[in-house]
Design a protein around this ligand. Structure first.
Ligand SMILES: [Zn+2]
Length: 298
């Protein structure tokens, strides 16, 4: 199997392995595949990688009947739609790419949005699942981002990278990071760290051991690119206690989601999410005891 196929296969396995339900891939409407927002002196561009569906069997802490009610109210049947997004942030003439998708469409949509992969200064990786790191390399295993420094969380290095680690995603993580490690462009961060002035890592462990967000402070407020804090927007804003099978540590993931949702509402941060409906940018507001997601429109 060539590398490109193995990356895509990983992505499919990612959804299917744990589901035992037939997978129906539906390509949702992602318009041009990219969308830009101006947030003070920050320019944020969402890039679509792929769309898919999450079978109900992935979810813990909610019944299939409850999921059916939520899905059918949104005209979805038997599964919940899912998106994979990556984000470019322009700040102080530097280009940051947060996550790289599976290797499907991120690089292509980056070019459509007017950027070039070789212009990216920093690739910031939220965690080592294949839908976030698969796009680091092309189908021959060469690095897509030829000059970027790649920032990765220490705890995911420890969990996924050892040759002896047989965790799902370990093989792909080793392949995807190898060319960056070889060219000494891999930077490992541990908990909260400043990358550049106004750009910092935010530890949000649980979904994976090192899962992290990235906080950008601009002239018009703060932007948190939060990775996988929410996988299913229709469920987890109103029922933040619901977890998914592929949370490595479901209890920690649940506690982290509660903390992050409370913080982003309190601090009025703009959020960008890897699995929110494309473009996946908006604000979270309190709605009684739980939350509501207000996506940004045009
Ligand atoms: Zn993910």
């Amino acid at each position: 199997m060539n590398l490109k196929l193995s990356v895509i296969a990983f992505f499919l396995v990612f959804f299917v392995t744990f589901s035992k339900a037939p997978l129906a891939l539906a390509i949702g409407d992602v318009g041009e595949g990219y969308k830009s927002f101006t947030l003070g002196d920050l320019k944020l561009t969402a890039l679509s990688d792929a769309t898919g569906q999450m079978p109900f069997s992935l979810f813990h802490g909610i019944t299939e009947d409850e999921l059916n009610v939520i899905a059918s109210a949104a005209n979805m049947e038997g599964a919940l739609n899912s998106w994979i997004n990556a984000f470019v942030v322009e700040k102080d003439s530097k280009l940051y790419l947060v996550d790289t998708g599976t290797g499907a469409k991120v690089a292509e949509n980056l070019v459509k949005a007017g950027y070039k992969p070789e212009d990216i200064d920093f690739v910031l990786i939220t965690h080592f699942h294949g839908d976030h790191i698969g796009g680091l390399i092309d189908s021959s295993g060469n690095p897509v981002y030829s000059k970027a420094k790649v920032y990765v969380p220490q705890k995911d290095m420890d969990y996924f990278m050892p040759e002896t680690a047989t965790v799902p995603g370990g093989d792909l993580a080793r392949k995807a990071l190898a060319p960056y490690e070889d060219s000494e462009r891999l930077v490992i961060f541990d908990s909260d760290m400043e990358i550049e002035p106004g750009v910092e890592t935010i530890a949000s462990y649980g979904h994976t051991p090192g899962h992290s967000g990235f906080l950008f402070t601009g002239t018009d407020g703060e932007l948190l690119v939060w990775g996988d804090i929410v996988h299913a927007y229709l469920v987890q804003f109103v029922r933040p206690e619901v977890t998914l099978t592929y949370d490595v540590d479901e209890d920690t993931a649940r506690a982290t989601r509660a903390k992050v949702l409370a913080e982003v509402t309190e601090k009025n941060q703009v959020i960008a999410g890897a699995h929110l409906p494309f473009p996946g940018v908006g604000k979270v507001v309190k709605a009684g005891e739980t939350y509501r997601y207000n996506p940004y429109g045009d």
